[in-house]
Design a binder for this molecule. Structure first.
Ligand code: IMP
Ligand code: MG
Length: 193
């Protein structure tokens, strides 16, 4: 049976190598700060876990759950906050997310956190899609820039599947179309693990 993944973009070792670099940068930037990390569920879980274990600072960690990804692969509608917004007043906030696409979600998260009057807010994403034109928000730390195509794995999902793949890969285009047309198509994710 053919794989659901068209090609692997970043395997485990490549991701971990890049995380070493970003973690060193963040550690240096926040060495004398009151760092509060806010991880956006669920996509950032693997990234958050691997990144934070490389940052030897006395940081605080909270999670935010937001919903904005309506339907299948397109972001639209309002961003809904499903968890209480943590009190980050006076602290240096670093928001972690899996991927920056339109920036709609992260712009809304940033705006919401600003109401708590933190000392600073920065954004760190594993992936950022190359887009034409202006975006709603920019990231301060980026793992990898990628082309504007749909990726899964290492936390990223397609209709809640593929999050546990140990790499980031591009989903086969016909699968994307088929599943978008019919939610009931059965997938064989297990064969990639
Ligand atoms: P944005 O609001 O358009 O920036 O979308 C951000 C969210 O959409 C991310 O946190 C992901 O959950 C999801 N997303 C955007 N692009 C992809 C992708 O290529 N694969 C999987 N999820 C994606
Ligand atoms: Mg998602």
């Amino acid at each position: 049976m053919q794989s659901d993944i068209e090609r692997v973009l970043f395997d485990g070792p490549a991701i971990h190598k890049r995380l070493d670099e970003i973690a060193a940068q963040i550690t240096a930037d926040y060495s004398d700060r009151e760092l509060s990390v806010i991880a956006i569920l669920t996509g950032s879980l693997m990234f958050m876990s691997d990144l934070l274990r490389r940052i030897p600072l006395p940081l605080k960690l909270d999670c935010l759950s937001v919903g904005s990804y309506h339907g299948k692969t397109q972001t639209s509608g309002d961003v809904v906050f499903k968890l209480a917004v943590p009190d980050v007043g006076g602290r240096d906030v670093l928001i972690l997310d899996d991927i920056l696409d339109t920036g709609y979600t992260l712009a809304a998260v940033r705006k919401k956190l600003e109401t708590a009057k933190p000392r600073s807010i920065r954004i760190c994403v594993l992936l950022s899609k190359r887009k034409r034109g202006a975006r709603n928000v920019d990231a301060d730390y980026i793992g990898f820039e990628i082309d504007d195509e749909f990726v899964v794995g290492y936390g990223l999902d397609f209709m809640e599947r593929y999050r546990n793949l140990p790499y980031v890969g591009v989903l086969r285009k016909e699968l994307l179309k088929r599943m978008a047309a019919d939610d009931s198509v059965m997938l064989s994710q297990a064969k990639h693990l």
